[in-house]
Design a protein around this ligand. Sequence first.
Ligand SMILES: Nc1nc2c(c(=O)[nH]1)N[C@H]1C(S)=C(S)[C@@H](COP(=O)(O)OP(=O)(O)OC[C@H]3O[C@@H](n4cnc5c(=O)[nH]c(N)nc54)[C@H](O)[C@@H]3O)O[C@H]1N2
Ligand SMILES: Nc1nc2c(c(=O)[nH]1)N[C@H]1C(S)=C(S)[C@@H](COP(=O)(O)OP(=O)(O)OC[C@H]3O[C@@H](n4cnc5c(=O)[nH]c(N)nc54)[C@H](O)[C@@H]3O)O[C@H]1N2
Ligand code: SF4
Ligand SMILES: [Mo]
Length: 766
Amino acid sequence: MADKAAADWKKTACVLCGSNCGVLVQLGGRDGREIVRVRGDKAHPGTKGYTCNKALQLNYYQSAKGRLTSPLRRRDDGSFEEIDWATAISEIAEKFIAIRDELGGDKIVYYGGGGQGNHLGGGYSPPLRRALGSRYRGNALAQEKTGLSWVFDRMVGGFYHGDFEHCETALLVGKNPWHSNGFPRARVVLRQLAKDPNRKLIVIDPRVTETAELADIHLRVQPGRDAWLLAAILGQLVQADLIDHAWLAAHAQGHEEVIDALSTIPVAQYAAFAGIEMPQIEEVADILGRTNSLSVLEDLGIEMAPNSTVNSYHCILLFLLTGNFAKAGAVNLPAQLVTIFTPDRISESRDERGHETGYKTTPVTQSRIISGLIPCNLLPDEIITDHPDRFRAMLIESANPVHSLADAKRMREALATLDLVVVIDVAMTETAKAADYVLPASSQYEKPEMTFFNFEFPENCAQLRAPLMPPLPGTLSEPEIHARLLEAIDPFNASELEPLRAAAQDGLEAYAMAYGAAAKANPKINHYGAYILYRTLGPSLATGMSEGAALLGVAQMFAATETASLARAGFEGTPMQAGNKLFEALLAAQSGLVFSIDAPEDSFRRNRLAGGTVNLHLPEMLDKVRELDDYAAAETTAEFPLVLAAGERRSYTANTVVRDPAWAKSNNALTLAVNPTDAASLGINDGGTARLTTVRDSVEVVVELDKRMLPGTISLPNGFGLSYPDAQGNEVVTGISPNELTAVEDRDDFAYTPWHKFVLARLETP
Ligand SMILES: Nc1nc2c(c(=O)[nH]1)N[C@H]1C(S)=C(S)[C@@H](COP(=O)(O)OP(=O)(O)OC[C@H]3O[C@@H](n4cnc5c(=O)[nH]c(N)nc54)[C@H](O)[C@@H]3O)O[C@H]1N2
Ligand SMILES: Nc1nc2c(c(=O)[nH]1)N[C@H]1C(S)=C(S)[C@@H](COP(=O)(O)OP(=O)(O)OC[C@H]3O[C@@H](n4cnc5c(=O)[nH]c(N)nc54)[C@H](O)[C@@H]3O)O[C@H]1N2
Ligand code: SF4
Ligand SMILES: [Mo]
């Protein structure tokens, strides 16, 4: 009996945030396709049995009403009709080919490719994009982390992450891991940090978040003034001589210029401008300067706020000036199976100020492309224009840009302007409603899935999840959709693929030999690598696991570049052998596995900058630091006296992955949080309604009084305002869609990331 019960539990992961906690689930309900019980998987090497409150609600994703079960085509009157897959594939292929041949494949943009739990499908899109000659792509990272990636690429040569489990001091800047995670087992790790008298948790946030409540020091910054606060802390570090000169001399370049600039910062004035008292600045600088290990994590509180790129620069300076890079418990460069951030090719040319020139730009507005991504806030400007190079078509996969990007109205207008919009999704989303064709995907529990949001150090892990159930009839996995589209655009003949399929039956070594020979004879093989693996190696894998095939290429690449880290994790032999072993282990390890064990020095080795030296001097950023002297902060106005954070993470938010509003079990799921003092002066009561107005829209909201809010600031949850069928099957919208209220113009001047945490607003009694 006990064995039977154990066998009933299937291993998978939660897909509601990027932590992807390993879970065990039991299925039941209608057709045995519902997730009826969930518990943490103790055997998962990263999350070790941990979950937050949200994992229990996974069935709201899996068994959502309104799943798409047929391809849809828009009729002339705007309504949709169901069509069969063969028709959908051939019509879409034909339309993409026409755009490619008449206007150029570079007019076709690929957007998305994965949310919080599904990165495998998007990994199969490159062959299709190549066949179409599509050169531009975008995703949600270009509305949050492109400023960060521009600076980390040029300062530490790759994506960095702290070790919050082991650090002595944790600094969280505009980040609330209690709700949003960002490292494994967040609530446990935060409580440990709070409890241990020898460790320090420092939080920079205007709101008294659940994380801030646990902090040793909470710097309650004025919204949008982090640049002055962080500059004040940096100035204090330099002026009180708390920086690690020996470490900098051994490992860094460009620090003299930076130290020079920071030595004249008027620390007390900047602190006061940011709303912080000097003793707190002195205390924080003292802790950062003396701690044995510092880990830093920034997120949307600064990335979606004024000066976001310079704030990301400041955060890196904090750990570099104190020598907290490539060190146990501090910041390191984790091994990554697949890099989420495509590194920029850093141009060699500079203008007279030392600013980089010759970087890649967008076709219409000539704006900086960072990490290979079109800036999200500029997408509409690249479409709604008569410029000859404007974008003409979009393929959108596993993303809901009409809801998630700034200024939903302008995004809808942009999609309506395009000649062709194809959306691949599980639900009839706000974006799908704006498409010409909608292709129904199998859910993340109906196909093999994986994410690459694993950034732990010194041990990093990965989990390939097997499907829990067969695909919902009518749906296909993204790898299959991409394969069918490619076959309609640039097909291989059977004789080209047959030898590879046959070799796959004889094992991975035979397959590798056959692949090598085939690629030599026909360059198209490598060009379309993920497709080839899917169609030829895929069928030889366990039933239902074909979509795992491209991981062979991933494992081989990883083994070739990270041989030592992989060997320490137990995958030894030649790179080819170790790569094959890793691939086989990924397919077998249901709870996931450790694929890399590092030493701190690996961070220097992984640093892509010449010589593995870190670089502190970025003229573009240092000029912005100097401009802080003008105190030109974004300000409220008489018309808009409040600062709205449009899209906060709460107990029941998961971007737009869960559409059923019934999943939100807490009282404050949908409300606008307002400080009681502000509410009193406006005559608004707890639970009452109010009219919220921004430059873009005016909506009615339910207000919740919340003394955690800094007076003058208000906040709305992220991920609501979605349409969902009610008991009668009528579509109902619940809550506020934050981006009906935001404007594309409110953005960083460098990386163009939106100021969603700094939306000027007014609140009135209705
Ligand atoms: N529950 C849940 N978890 C999630 C998600 C989700 O939707 N729901 N989404 C995931 C995704 S995609 C992401 S990117 C992360 C985001 O994770 P976070 O960045 O932690 O999420 P937010 O709550 O949007 O913003 C963080 C904090 O910024 C603060 N803030 C607002 N204005 C300012 C300011 O001017 N300065 C500073 N310093 N702070 C400010 C807010 O008070 C808030 O506490 O969460 C991930 N995890
Ligand atoms: N105002 C404001 N706007 C924000 C934010 C904010 O804080 N404030 N946060 C921003 C952030 S940080 C992010 S990351 C973005 C996220 O925004 P998006 O990148 O647009 O992603 P999600 O909302 O996660 O939407 C994922 C989509 O994938 C679909 N989906 C789920 N499973 C599958 C599947 O297996 N296959 C396919 N093909 N589709 C699937 C879902 O139905 C949904 O439509 O939102 C951003 N928007
Ligand atoms: S939502 Fe909670 S349970 Fe799910 S992955 Fe994130 S932290 Fe883990
Ligand atoms: Mo995000």
